[in-house]
Design a protein around this ligand. Structure first.
Ligand code: ZN
Length: 269
């Protein structure tokens, strides 16, 4: 719990509770180090290399290109992705395996990158004043709570703040995600098709997508809003954007060949 006190102290000490980029990066780094020691993060170099390449191709063209962006694949079938402040992006295997083309994965990553670009977690910390500090992080994010090591991550207080965003923040991250992928030369249609897929999985009662819906409330309205953004663009320009790539499918095959991660357990946050 020590770190959460640091966080509150940091927040309380600062005038107007302003968090500098340096502080934001430090926090992200601390949480990321703790998370990586408890989450089943994939270490395969080829997988790591692709997710970094795709992530950087999007993040390095945003207004926060200066951040030292880090991308991780988590070996769990739970469909979820999340961002820590300072540019630490986590994508679960469950997302990658359900993405049928590169633009779907890119859309999810563009959305998470959008949360960091808009500093949503920092904003939340500033307004909530640590109200959520103490909520179990790992369980909330991935629902992988059965190992002793994962239990230790429950000590990572406060970071759940970074995973739950308001509807307004989600809308903003969608808009950012839309802009982020286009800037990177990637089709924004993947954002819509992946969200639609999640909606139908949810309707079908698929529990693998529960985590996604609790962290990123997804509605038909949100999808319609992204579609409106797409419709506002020149179709000729949209046709020039990349939808898929052989490298993505090689990456996906490699992820698919990984041994299964720890079995997800019902969340008890
Ligand atoms: Zn989100």
């Amino acid at each position: 719990m020590k770190r959460s006190y640091v966080l509150i102290a940091l927040c309380a000490a600062a005038v107007g509770c302003a968090v500098s980029t340096q502080q934001e990066v430090q926090m992200g780094q601390q949480y990321s180090t703790q998370l990586n020691s408890t989450l089943p993060v994939v270490t395969d170099p080829a997988i790591q290399s692709y997710i970094n390449q795709l992530g950087d191709s999007i993040a390095k063209l945003t207004g926060r290109a200066d951040l030292d962006w880090k991308f991780f694949v988590v070996n769990t079938d739970v469909v979820n992705a999340f961002a820590l402040p300072g540019g630490y992006i986590y994508v679960n295997r469950g997302v990658i395996e359900r993405a049928t083309a590169m633009d779907e994965l890119a859309g999810v990553m563009g959305h998470e990158i959008g949360h960091v670009v808009k500093r949503h977690s920092v904003k939340q910390m500033q307004t909530q004043q640590g109200a959520n500090v103490g909520i179990a992080l790992t369980c909330v994010l991935t629902h992988v709570c059965d190992s002793q090591a994962s239990q230790a991550a429950i000590q990572v207080g406060g970071a759940a703040v970074f995973a739950k965003f308001s509807r307004q923040d989600e809308k903003e991250a969608d808009e950012e995600g839309f802009k982020n992928v286009i800037r990177a030369g990637i089709s924004p249609n993947g954002l819509v098709s992946f969200f639609q897929k999640l909606m139908s999985l949810e309707k079908g009662g698929g529990s693998a997508v529960d985590a996604w819906f609790s962290d990123h409330p997804l509605t038909e309205d949100r999808i319609a809003d992204i579609q409106k953004l797409i419709d506002s663009k020149d179709p000729a320009m949209l046709r020039t954007l990349t939808q898929d790539s052989p490298a993505f499918h090689q990456f996906k095959d490699r992820v698919h060949a990984l041994p299964p991660g720890p079995k997800p357990k019902a969340a008890t946050p």
